[in-house]
Structures are given as C-alpha cells and as structure tokens.
Design a protein around this ligand. Structure first.
Ligand SMILES: *[C@@H]1O[C@H](CO)[C@@H](O)[C@H](O)[C@H]1NC(C)=O
Ligand SMILES: *[C@@H]1O[C@H](CO)[C@@H](O)[C@H](O)[C@H]1NC(C)=O
Ligand SMILES: *[C@@H]1O[C@H](CO)[C@@H](O)[C@H](O)[C@H]1NC(C)=O
Length: 462
C-alpha cells in the first residue's frame, strides 16, 4: 500500500526542482492510481521553458529513481517502521550532491560567458562578432535552460557539459579565425585588388625636419611611382613664413633619411604651399603666385615643364582649413598623377584632375561635393580621393571618399591621431601603403590597411 504513495511523490518532487523559480506552474498536480497500483500524473509545461528531450530525460531519470526506491522500499519494508525517515534522508543527500555538481557547471558557464564578452570587447568592426554574439546568446540560453532544469538530473548535466564543451570549442575556433584574419596577407605593393581604405595605424614620429622648429609647414614623402622599385625619399620644409617651397633634400633610402646621412640638398625657387609630390623621379609643385603647375627633374634639379592649370584658383583663394597656400595639391597613387584644387565654377568645392605626366595636360576632371576650405587635406589611393577634416587638436577624420573609377562618393569615418595640430603635406605611397605627413615641423607616417575583397564580400548578409 505504501508503494503508490511514494511513487507519486517522486515525480512531484522532481518537477518542483525543475522549476525552482516557477512554482506557480506546478502548484497542483493531480495524480491517480490505476488498478495495477501504478501512479499516473499529467503535468503541462510550456515547450519554451523546457525542451521536450530534456523532459524525456527527466522522465527516464524518474524511472530510475522509482526503481531505486523500489529497492529502497523493500529494504525499508523488511526493516523497522522508522525506515521511512531514513529514506527521506537518503533523498535529501542525493539531491544535495547534485546541487553541488550543478553549481560547478554554472561556474563553468559563467566563465564561458565572460570569455565571449572579453573576446567581443577585444576587437570591433569584424564579422566574427556576429558569430560571437550568436555564441554568447547560446551560452546564455544554456545557462537559462540549466536554471530551469532539475538540479537532480545527472544525465542532463552531462548533456550540458557536452554542449558547453562544444560551445567552448567553437569559441576557440572563432578566436583562431580572428587571429588568422588579422594576419591576412597584405595587399601587394602597387596593387588595387582591395575594397578601399579600412583603417589607419597610429602615427610613427620619424624626426623633426632638418630646417628646425621654425619650419612648421612643409611636405615629405616617398616617390609615389607604383611599379618602380624606387626608394627615393624627399623632404621639403617650407620657408619659415610657411609659404614658399625652395629647399629640399633627397635620400636614397629610409635608413639614410632616419640617420640624416648621404642626402642631396637642393634649392628650387619657388613654389607656393605644401602641395608638392614626387612621382617617377620628378617633383611637381604649384609655381608661386600663379595657377601654374611645375615639374622638376630631380636628377638634375631642373625645371623641365611649367604649365597653367585651367581655371584653378590660387594665392590662398581656396586652400585647406588651417593650411594656407595649398590651393593646388598634387597626389600620386597606383593609377597615376593627380592634382586637387578648386575653381570659381565649383564654388570652392574640390575638383580632382588626372594629369598626363609628360605634358601636364589635364586628362579628365571630376567634381566633388565637398568645399575644399572645410577639409584639412586629402590624398589619393587607387584612384579614390580621401578627404580629411580636423576633429580636435589631436585627431583627424577621413570623412569622405570619391571614387574616380565609378564617380561615386561616400561618407566614412576613419580616425587618425596626430602629434600636433596641423597636418601640412599629406602624401601616399603605393609601394608601402604609408601616408607621409608633415605635422607642424615633424615628419610622421601612418600605415594604411585596406579591406580585402573577401572581407567586403563576407560583410554582405547571407
Ligand atoms: C534559446 O532558447 C529558446 C527556447 O528553447 C529558443 O527558442 C531560442 O531559439 C534559443 N536561442 C538561441 C540563440 O539558441
Ligand atoms: C633628368 O636629368 C637627368 C640628369 O641630368 C637626365 O639624364 C635625364 O635625361 C633627365 N630626364 C628628363 C626626362 O628630362
Ligand atoms: C600624354 O600625352 C602625350 C602627348 O599628347 C601622349 O603621347 C601620351 O600618350 C599621353 N600619355 C598618356 C598616359 O595618356
């Protein structure tokens, strides 16, 4: 007669343990005993709270328990009347033991969750993030479901531990993938097989310019010819009035420049502003007080060509913000030689022209929607114009891009730290993907990284 009563109590006990935070769900569970003395009870639980397979596991655990209790019962029946109490103690100790195990598992889950959070904090702007947040919610889900599960369900514990192992495995796979992505092969020198500028490194301060502190304006760089194994570096600090280009130095290597040795020092009079660039061993600059563009053979320091840039404004009419006398700004990249300027027709908005390097004739002109005096500078990379503006005395933003291949413009936000307030000359080198910047008398450079085509593709939603 004792058997059905006990058998009824066991599943009830289990179900109460299943939902410790939801006692209202199992407030009353009607049970009945059939002719064979078997107990039946029906409990309705929402699927969203407990997955069915776990309920099944619970049921089989219940079966196991009942079998145990059958054994226990025969022992108790054979023994004294106080055996009922002994049985109760047995249940309690068994449950306690399971609670300890569960506690351990919970700690593990918490650890995994923290790992995911750290991983996400480590690096933003990556497609691994989607995967990571998926994982995070899965881990969170596992914890939640665990809370809903019986503390006494050992098999479920094992199943969850396995699930946790799988999740942790996927997390470390994900970490590995992220590292691999960071070390993706860089875009080869001179190549445009990429999907545009992605980010800019912190600045590297190379040195103070050779003419000293008082020469706050100037320009420097590396010969921008793409398919040339040139390592010609040049530095041109403007005069101390911050307007005229006259002297410049050439170095055969970066080491020579850093050590300030084996240079050639030249004088070329005169240019306006810090818009100079060097392309295939020729320097290009704005001939002072005119809208003329000039070309110097660097081997002989001779002016080989001077030509008017049609309708370009000059004499500080539309220079850059904070950078005077830079009305006409040259840029070299993988696609050739460019000149950035503004016209009266463009209402001061920046226009880009590609130049024929042998004649200095304008091959083609593109008009942008951006007011040149609102920018602090610009450069070209793979035929795309990137424009900068100051955010503060310590930070610049590349905020705008114009692609001459498609004629399309877009907004972007890539931040650049700067050492001092004003970026004067800004020149890009396709050979090393560096940006050479003259920062209030200091020569600094930045590494540019480009989005790989693969990364661009994988950014699209599946
Ligand atoms: C979390 O669990 C619920 C209920 O089992 C399920 O509907 C949902 O899809 C799960 N979410 C994730 C991310 O696994
Ligand atoms: C540049 O100058 C060098 C040295 O005088 C000379 O050999 C070379 O032909 C010049 N190049 C051009 C294109 O004028
Ligand atoms: C530059 O102009 C010259 C003379 O008109 C021409 O022969 C040459 O092909 C042009 N170069 C390019 C790259 O178009």
């Amino acid at each position: 007669k004792m058997k059905p009563t006990l058998a009824l109590q066991i599943p009830l006990l289990l179900l109460l343990l299943v939902l410790p935070g939801q006692p209202q769900l199992v407030k009353s569970v009607p049970g009945s005993v059939d002719e064979d003395g078997l107990c039946h009870c029906v409990v309705h639980l929402s699927n969203s709270l407990i997955p069915l397979n776990q309920l099944e596991q619970l049921q089989s655990i219940t079966q196991e328990l009942m079998d145990k209790y059958d054994k226990e019962l025969s022992r108790v029946s054979a023994g004294a009347a106080g055996g009922g109490w002994q049985l109760h103690e047995h249940i309690l100790s068994w449950i306690q033991h399971e609670e300890e195990q569960d506690c351990l598992l919970r700690l593990e889950l918490e650890g995994a969750q923290e790992l995911v959070t750290q991983l996400m904090a480590k690096d933003g702007g990556n497609e691994a993030e989607d995967l990571l947040s998926q994982l995070q919610s899965q881990v969170a889900n596992a914890s939640l479901t665990l809370k809903l599960l019986a503390d006494s369900d050992q098999r479920s514990l094992r199943a969850y531990r396995q699930e946790l192992d799988v999740l942790e495995g996927r997390l470390s796979d994900c970490e590995r993938e992220k590292c691999q992505e960071a070390s993706d092969p860089p875009v080869p020198p001179g190549s445009c097989a990429h999907a545009g500028l992605q980010k800019v490194s912190r600045p590297l301060v190379v040195q103070l310019n050779w003419r000293g502190f008082s020469h706050k304006a100037g320009v420097w760089g590396r010969d921008a010819a793409p398919n040339l194994d040139s390592s010609l570096y040049w530095v041109a600090p403007l005069g101390s009035e911050n307007r005229y280009f006259d002297y410049y130095r050439l170095y055969k290597s970066y080491d020579d420049l850093v050590l300030m040795k084996d240079f050639v020092e030249r004088k070329m009079g005169y240019g306006d502003g810090s818009g100079n660039t060097v392309y295939e061993n020729f320097m290009y600059f704005n001939y002072y007080g005119t809208r003329d563009i000039a070309k110097v053979n660097l081997s002989s320091n001779t002016l080989v060509l001077q030509r008017t840039l049609p309708s370009a404004t000059y004499n500080n009419r539309f220079s850059y913000a904070g950078v005077p006398w830079k009305d006409i700004d040259f840029a070299g990249d993988e696609k050739g030689l460019w000149v950035l300027y503004a016209t009266e027709e463009s209402k001061g908005n920046l226009v880009v022209s590609r130049l024929n390097t042998s004649t200095l004739e304008v091959e083609k002109t593109w008009r942008t929607s951006q007011y040149k005096p609102a920018m602090s500078g610009a450069f070209m990379a793979c035929g795309v114009l990137y424009a900068l503006r100051p955010l503060s005395t310590r930070q610049e933003e590349i905020f705008y891009a114009f692609d001459t291949t498609t004629g399309r413009e877009r907004r972007l936000s890539i931040l650049l730290d700067k050492m001092l307030e004003t970026l004067h000359g800004i020149n890009y080198s396709p050979l090393d993907h560096k940006l050479y910047v003259y920062n209030d008398g200091y020569l600094i450079n930045y590494d540019l990284s480009f989005l790989t085509l693969k990364q661009k593709q994988s950014k699209r939603p599946a």
